[in-house]
Design a protein around this ligand. Structure first.
Ligand code: TNX
Length: 373
């Protein structure tokens, strides 16, 4: 320098209010420093919501006063049996503040009634049979459930939601609700009828995975759709019906927006239950018309979840998120009329040198014309 830059005016406004990314800190634990690094990466692409998946079968990741063993015992391991970890309240506040300074709101998720083995292992009384199961370090899903008929379950939930709501300035609290395969349908509906008012009581708006639409979504609730091309017509219709009746949608179709899906058969990390998701596939869809029968204005936004069964390090996260995350972020920000794979891939390619400079370990997808290094 000094350099001269032409003056100008930028007129720009986001298409969607919710431009989210989810990080699963339960399957593998990520430290505050690692979460901050991911926040920095999200902020570059104007992502404005960080959904933290704070509890699952493998680990409970936030220390609460009312039920301390959730963190100290329930957070003591992770997939593969490593030491796990958890956030103190101060850690969590530091994440919330760091995110807010970069215009991201933290959306905490406590997944229930399934995905709760870490809690059930920590407190025997939460189990219908009064016996705590062992901690779990595998990657199966659908085997755990809170005990829907027991009163203590709701004392527990009230405490958990109260403490987390008090720590969270954002308006949303995610209650999970996916893959409750060990909860009967009637119990699931009864459970959600009891839990959603607790979220409201503590001043928050419910988000649930789209299975919530199979119960009675509360007024104002938001459903996060994670279906994919093989999701059955009845399940899609149930979500679309709910959307027509006022439930708003966050779209995270697993075969488009799931950052933990492998790019192709050679990807060393990730899963492939929803198929391979290459860079074009993750970008080349329209959230406004994606779910047939759901009104375009029911869509609150998009979100890219990053599940971490196979991911242990920041480099692992970056390899899966880059270059797909910026595509989901663009779907969240820019008008549909500007979306064009041919020009996008060139703009995306220009990000490569920036990521190199930042030490971001991205996947050199052959679909993108990266400049020579
Ligand atoms: C499904 S998506 C899950 C998670 C897994 C993920 C792996 C959702 C709401 N549930 O428990 O981690 O697949 O891709």
């Amino acid at each position: 320098g000094p350099w001269r830059v032409a003056g100008g005016t930028i007129t720009d406004t986001p298409r969607y209010a919710h431009r989210g990314a989810m990080l699963d800190v339960s399957r593998h634990f990520f430290t505050v420093a690692q979460v901050k690094r991911y926040i920095d990466e999200l902020a570059m692409y104007k992502v404005n919501r960080l959904h933290l998946h704070l509890s699952d079968d493998q680990g409970w990741r936030i220390a609460l006063k009312s039920w301390p063993r959730l963190a100290t015992y329930g957070g003591s391991t992770q997939v593969g049996g490593g030491p796990g970890g958890y956030y103190t309240k101060d850690d969590y506040r530091a994440i919330v503040r760091y995110a807010a300074d970069r215009y991201l709101t933290v959306v905490p998720e406590i997944d229930m009634p399934g995905h709760t083995n870490a809690a059930l292992a920590s407190y025997a009384e939460l189990n219908c049979n009064g016996q705590a199961p062992p901690l779990y370090t595998g990657t199966s899903v659908g085997f755990s459930s809170l005990c829907v008929p027991k009163k203590v379950t709701y004392d527990f939930i009230d405490d958990v939601i109260r403490e987390i709501a008090a720590l969270t300035p954002g308006r949303y609290l995610h209650i999970g609700g996916d893959e409750a395969h060990s909860t009967s349908h009637d119990d699931y509906v009864a459970f959600m009828d009891k839990v959603q008012p607790v979220v409201a009581k503590y001043g928050k708006t419910v988000i649930g995975w789209h299975q919530l639409t199979g119960a009675h979504p509360a007024k104002g609730a938001v459903a996060q759709y994670w279906g994919y091309d093989k999701t059955g017509a009845a399940e899609r219709a149930q979500v679309a019906d709910a959307a027509r009746n006022g439930t708003r949608l966050i779209l995270s179709p697993a075969d488009r927006a799931y950052l933990d899906m492998k790019y192709d058969k050679n990807t060393p990390l990730g899963l492939s239950w929803a198929g391979y998701v290459d860079v074009r596939r993750s970008y080349d869809w329209d959230p406004g018309s994606y779910l047939q029968g759901a009104p375009a204005d029911s869509v609150l936004g998009v979100e890219a979840p990053l599940w971490t069964e196979t991911l242990k390090t920041s480099a692992n996260l970056e390899y899966m998120a880059f270059p797909r995350l910026p595509g989901i972020a663009e779907l969240g920000w820019s008008p549909a009329g500007t979306h064009d794979w041919g020009t996008y891939r060139e703009r995306l390619a220009a990000q490569g040198p920036r990521w190199d400079a930042l030490g971001i370990d991205y996947y050199h997808s052959p679909e993108v014309p990266w400049p020579a290094r």
